[in-house]
Design a protein around this ligand. Structure first.
Ligand SMILES: N=c1c2ncn([C@@H]3O[C@H](COP(=O)(O)OP(=O)(O)OP(=O)(O)O)[C@@H](O)[C@H]3O)c2ncn1[C@@H]1O[C@H](COP(=O)(O)O)[C@@H](O)[C@H]1O
Length: 107
């Protein structure tokens, strides 16, 4: 069964691809094009996921969501933000209500 560790392993693989041969690694090819390109690719994948969410095809939405997660991790790696930093932010928010979090962001 797929687990959260799958995502951690993917983040580690992506980090390890920095500086790898763009001929043999899709991730290295994306990273070599810079953070702006990686961000644009993430945006495209997010839009594809939105379209499937609106259409309501569960299987296609799951596949597009996987693309979104991969491209999110690539975009983070392009700016040297680690997956751990994102998890730490989620952990910090755990137990606080979304409404309180929204109010805190306004100050
Ligand atoms: N999860 C992914 C993943 N998701 C998508 N892609 C690649 O991203 C590429 C572009 O995806 P698109 O949906 O944009 O493909 P497309 O529709 O043909 O492209 P467009 O012409 O529409 O832009 C495809 O070639 C996919 O193979 C991925 N490439 C790699 N991974 C993971 O990253 C690991 C390392 O991969 P490499 O860096 O290639 O070794 C792999 O083992 C996988 O676990």
């Amino acid at each position: 069964m797929a687990q959260i560790e799958t995502l951690q392993r993917l983040a580690d693989t992506i980090a390890a691809r920095r500086g790898a041969d763009p001929e043999s690694s899709w991730t290295a090819r994306l990273l070599a094009q810079g953070p702006e390109k990686c961000a644009g690719k993430f945006g495209e994948e997010a839009v594809e996921a939105i379209i499937e969410a609106v259409k309501g095809d569960r299987a296609r939405l799951a596949a597009e969501a996987a693309d979104v997660l991969y491209h999110l991790l690539v975009m983070l790696a392009a700016r040297e933000v680690t997956f751990d930093e994102v998890l730490a932010e989620l952990a910090r928010r755990e137990g606080t209500s979304g409404i309180a979090e929204k109010a805190a962001r306004k100050v």
